[in-house]
Ligand binder design. Structure first.
Ligand code: ADP
Length: 586
C-alpha cells in the first residue's frame, strides 16, 4: 500500500495543501492587518487632517476650557474616530506626556514613538505593522504643546479576526489534507495500479515467461506504455526463438560434424568440444583438459591469442595411427574474453592416398625401368658386338628384347585400363548373360594351361545359376585373372577347383587351389596396385601385380565383391560374388 510512488504522491499532495494554506493564511492575515491599520489612519486623517476643521476647533477648545473641553470635543467625534471604549480609546495628556483624562480607567500610557513625537510638537501618526497597537498623537497647539490628544487602538479586533481566520484556515487545511489523502488513493488506483501491473509483467518477462501479455486498459501514456511493453515482449520472444533456433542448428552441426572442434578460454581451460574431437584425439575431454596439455607442444597459447582474425595457425599431429591437421585461431579480438578455437581435420585417408600415390608412381617407374634397362643392355650388347656373336645368341637376345617390350606393353595396357576405370571412362556394357556359361568357358580356355602344369582342374557349377546383368567380357577377364593366378601360384601337379552357384539375388564363384598360398601379412594387400607377394615369381610368370587391382575395380563397378576366403591348410581360395541385377544391388 505504502509503496514508494504512492507515498511520494501523498507527500506531494500534503505538502501542496499545507504550503497553499500557509501562503493563503499569511496573505489573508497580512491583508487584514494592513486593511485595519490603513482604515485606522484613514479615519484619523479624516478627523484630524488638513481637510477637517476639527483641529482648529480642538485648539480653540483647549484655550477655552482646557482638558475638560478637549474631552468634550473628542467625545463628540468619538463615533468618527471609531472609539469603542474597549479596544480603541482616546486620552488627553498634558504637553509633558502626563495622562490627564481618558475614555477608560487607565492610569498611565507607554511612551510610544508617536507620543514622543507629539511631546516634541509634531503629529505622531507613524504606523508600525509589527507593533501590537495602533496610535495617533496630536499636539495642541503646535510648537510647545499644552495638550496632546492621543488615540490608542490595542489591535484586539484585528487579532481576534486573525485568530478566527487562522482557525478557518486550519479547518480548511484539515479538510484539504483529508481530500489530498483521498486523492492520493484515487491517483494510486489509476496511476500506480497500472504501473504495478506493468512491473509484475516485467518481472515475469525477466523470469523468462515471454508468453505473458498485459491487458491495455486505457489510451493514456500508461496504456501506450503497456502496449509498447507487450510489443517489446513479443519482439523479445521472437528474437529469442530465432537465437535459440540458430543455437540448436549450430549445436546439431557441432555435434554431428565429422571435423573435431575444441575451444579453450583465455586461461587455457576447455569450454567446448564435440564428440568427433574426442574420437580423433583418442581420449576423453573433460573440464580439466588444458590447452597446454593437449596442444601446448604445437603452439604456445599466447601466440595464437596474439593472432589477428582472419589469421590462423596450422599444424599436424599424429595420434595413434591417425594423422590430424589442426587449424588454430583466436575467437575474439578481446584477449580477456576470448580464447582459442581449434578445428581438427582427419587427413589420415588423404595422407594414406598420398603415400599410395607416391608408392604407385615409384612402382610404375620401377616396373618400367627394369625391362627398359634390359632392352637397352641387350641392344647395346648387340650393337657393340657388330655381328660378332653367334646367331643363336643374337636370336635369344632379340627374344629377350621382344619379351621385355611385350612386358612393358602389358604393364602400360594394364595401367591404362586401371586409369580408365579410376576416371570412370570405361564404359561397362551391361547386358544379361549366363554367368555359368562364362565361367565354364574360362575353365575350358585355361584347361590347356592347367594341363601344361599338370594341375587337376575341376569346374563344378550349379545348374540353377541364374543369368546376371553385367559386362560379360570384363567379368570373364576377372575370372580368367583369378584362375590364371591359381594356375601360376600353384606348383605343378596341384589341384584347382572352380565352384559356382546362385544364392538369393546374387551368384558366386570360388577358385580354390592348393598352391603356395598367401601369407597372413600380405592378405590385406594383394588387391593393391603392383603388390606382389613374391615379385620375382610374379615377374617370371609374366605378372604385373595389377591383375587383381583391375579385377577388383571391375567387380566393384558391378556392385559385387572380390575377396580372399580365410581357410585352413595350403593354398588359396578367392570368392567372387556378383548381384544378379547390379542396378538393384544394395
Ligand atoms: P600378378 O600379376 O603378380 O599375378 P595379381 O594382382 O594378379 O598380380 O596378384 C597379386 C599378387 O597376389 C600376386 O603377385 C601373388 O603374389 C598373389 N596371388 C594372387 N593369387 C594367388 C594365388 N592363387 N596363390 C598365391 N598367391 C596369389
Amino acid at each position: 500500500m505504502f509503496r514508494s510512488l504512492h507515498m511520494k504522491l501523498t507527500l506531494i499532495l500534503l505538502l501542496l495543501i499545507t504550503s497553499l494554506m500557509a501562503v493563503v493564511g499569511t496573505f489573508l492575515t497580512t491583508s487584514v492587518s494592513s486593511f485595519f491599520i490603513d482604515s485606522f489612519y484613514q479615519q484619523m486623517d479624516n478627523v484630524f487632517g488638513a481637510g477637517s476643521d476639527f483641529y482648529p476647533t480642538l485648539c480653540a477648545g483647549a484655550e477655552e476650557g482646557g482638558a475638560a473641553r478637549l474631552q468634550e470635543l473628542v467625545e463628540v467625534r468619538a463615533g468618527s474616530l471609531g472609539v469603542d471604549y474597549s479596544t480603541r480609546n482616546y486620552y488627553i495628556l498634558d504637553g509633558g506626556g502626563t495622562l490627564l483624562l481618558g475614555s477608560d480607567e487607565r492610569s498611565g500610557l507607554d511612551a510610544t514613538a508617536n507620543l514622543l513625537a507629539a511631546e516634541n510638537g509634531r503629529v505622531g501618526d507613524e504606523s508600525d505593522i509589527t507593533a501590537d497597537f495602533m496610535d495617533v498623537a496630536i499636539p495642541i497647539p503646535e510648537g510647545e504643546p499644552d495638550y496632546i490628544v492621543y488615540i490608542l487602538d490595542s489591535k484586539e479586533t484585528v487579532s481576534g479576526l486573525n485568530t478566527q481566520l487562522f482557525m478557518i484556515i486550519m479547518q480548511a487545511l484539515v479538510i484539504g489534507l483529508l481530500i489530498s489523502l483521498l486523492l492520493s488513493f484515487l491517483l494510486s488506483k489509476t496511476m500506480v495500479g497500472p504501473i504495478e501491473k506493468l512491473t509484475a509483467g516485467a518481472e515475469k518477462v525477466a523470469a523468462g515467461d515471454f508468453e505473458s501479455r498485459l491487458p491495455v486498459e486505457s489510451t493514456d501514456e500508461i496504456g501506450i506504455l503497456t502496449g509498447t511493453f507487450n510489443e517489446m515482449a513479443s519482439v523479445l520472444q521472437q528474437t529469442l526463438a530465432a537465437v535459440e533456433n540458430e543455437r540448436t542448428k549450430l549445436d546439431t552441426l557441432f555435434l554431428h560434424m565429422t571435423d573435431g572442434v575444441v575451444a579453450f578460454d583465455h586461461t587455457g581451460r576447455l569450454i567446448h568440444r564435440n564428440p568427433a574431437a574426442a574420437t580423433m584425439l583418442g581420449r576423453t575431454l573433460g573440464e580439466d583438459s588444458r590447452y597446454n596439455q593437449l596442444f601446448g607442444s604445437l603452439y604456445p597459447m599466447e601466440q595464437i591469442l596474439a593472432l589477428h582474425r582472419p589469421d590462423y595457425a596450422e599444424a599436424q599431429q599424429v595420434v595413434g595411427d591417425r594423422m590430424l591437421e589442426l587449424y588454430l585461431a583466436p575467437f575474439s579480438s578481446d584477449q580477456e574474453k576470448g580464447g582459442v578455437l581449434i578445428v581438427l581435420h582427419d587427413v589420415t585417408e588423404q595422407h594414406r592416398n598420398e603415400e599410395r600415390r607416391k608408392e604407385f608412381v615409384a612402382n610404375v617407374s620401377h616396373e618400367l625401368r627394369t625391362p627398359l634397362t634390359n632392352v637397352r643392355s641387350y641392344a647395346e650388347t648387340l650393337r657393340s658386338a657388330e655381328g660378332d656373336i653367334p646367331q643363336e645368341m643374337e636370336n635369344s637376345f632379340l627374344d629377350i628384347i621382344i619379351s621385355e617390350t611385350d612386358r612393358m606393353t602389358h604393364i602400360v595396357q594394364d595401367l591404362l585400363t586401371l586409369s580408365r576405370l579410376d576416371a570412370g571412362n570405361t564404359e561397362m556394357r551391361f547386358a544379361p548373360f549366363s554367368f555359368r556359361e562364362s565361367v565354364a568357358n574360362v575353365c575350358r580356355a585355361n584347361a590347356m594351361e592347367a594341363r601344361r602344369h599338370s594341375h587337376t582342374l575341376t569346374c563344378t557349377l550349379a545348374e540353377n545359376m541364374p543369368e546376371i546383368s553385367g559386362d560379360r567380357q570384363r567379368l570373364e577377364q576377372v575370372v580368367t585373372n583369378i584362375l590364371g593366378n591359381a594356375i601360376k601360384y600353384t606348383p605343378d601337379g596341384g589341384h584347382i577347383a572352380v565352384t559356382g552357384g546362385g544364392s538369393g539375388r546374387s551368384v558366386w564363384v570360388e577358385v580354390t587351389d592348393d598352391g603356395i598360398g598367401i601369407p597372413e601379412k600380405d592378405r590385406d594387400r594383394i588387391f593393391d596396385r603392383f603388390y606382389r607377394v613374391d615379385k620375382a615369381r610374379s615377374r617370371e610368370s609374366g605378372g604385373t601385380g595389377l591383375g587383381l587391382s583391375i579385377a577388383k575395380e571391375i567387380v566393384e563397378r558391378h556392385h559385387g565383391s572380390l575377396r580372399l576366403v580365410p581357410r585352413e591348410g595350403r593354398g588359396t581360395t578367392i570368392r567372387l560374388v556378383l548381384p544378379i541385377d547390379p542396378n538393384r544391388a544394395e
